[in-house]
Design a protein around this ligand. Sequence first.
Ligand SMILES: *[C@@H]1O[C@H](CO)[C@@H](O)[C@H](O)[C@H]1NC(C)=O
Length: 405
Amino acid sequence: MMNWSNPVSRSFNSTWGLKTRLRVVVIGVVVIIGFILLISLGPRSKRALGLSEECRIPAIYNFGDSNSDTGCVSAAFRRVPYPNGISFFGKPSGRYCDGRLIIDFIAEKLGLPFLSAYLDALQANFQHGADFAASGTTIQHVNGELFGSGLNPLSLDVQLLQFEGLKERTSELYAQGYKIKYRLSRLEDFSKALYTFDIGQNDIHHALTTTTEDEARKSIPDLVYQFPFAIKKLHELGARTFWIHNTGPIGCLPYLLLKYPPNPGNVDEAGCVKSYNEVAKEFNRQLKNKISELRTQLQNSLLVYVDIYSAKYSLVTESKKYGFVDPLGYCCKHVGNSSLHCWNKEKKNGVAVYATPCNNPSEYISWDSIHYTDAANRWVANRISDGSLADPPLPFSKLCKKSAL
Ligand SMILES: *[C@@H]1O[C@H](CO)[C@@H](O)[C@H](O)[C@H]1NC(C)=O
């Protein structure tokens, strides 16, 4: 199963943004002062998207697995090794990726800095949100059996408790007049923030690789059932705007294709495992229904369901068109030892041995056989940003509660 802490096992995990400062220098020109203030001091998001002040999203709180882990597992258990991070950060950034994750590109598009991992004890800044996502985690609570098969105990329920703790402690710190406000979210921003989810892949992976496909299918309702609890709990804590990713085409991950080679009859036109993708699609169908149901119950909220599956699948099927080679291949591996993976750092005769990245990671969709490359994540983020894969079909620029109510 996927390992998030064991060097020889596996992990589903993974990302983040840029800060720019706009300085307007007006020399020798008399301009209305209010206008100058507006363009020089306006929030980054406004500058990025031309949003009105009412539509500004001040923070993101993210929950998920390695697809959006910007450093929780790396901080809590073991640093993600080189060559992760080489394409963008120039060093391991806590993400299982050569660069940025989808959540990083979302933050960028909203004009926000990359999210600090909640568990990062060194450089965390929660002014614009926090990332609770942790590699190898599941929707379901991790019992002994799941833990034994390599899943991470920082499951969705734990991530929600962490959020609750962050929010309570933020209030307490303000009440005490604690002087680290520059690292804390403003209290009023909790209700204006975007609450994002990308989780389920590890539950499906675990079910598919430890039970029959039929049983994996039967496990879906219990997984999907957890979303209303999570969202209602956040809603009670003040959350109003939710952005929920469905799960990707797990049958197209090189890791699974290599480890569990499909029968020829079980391969689709893209070369992916048909039955695995069918299970992912069934999860997505039920998730979409559950979110619709929830929408009728939480009428003062905005719940956006986002079809990541379609974006990722079309990237695989039309890879050439978008400049990617070998859609089911991957970039980073230990040359000559297929039992080691990109996330494994080995010691040979006392010398650290790292995986070797390909020459041009941006030509690959898959970075390490499970996680997408910076280039692929950028493509997916661009693909979902116009809202055409979202329900309701809201582009990022309209992603605020008020615009939809
Ligand atoms: C591959 O790596 C594993 C784990 O470190 C090791 O046990 C095995 O001997 C290696 N195989 C080769 C061919 O080097």
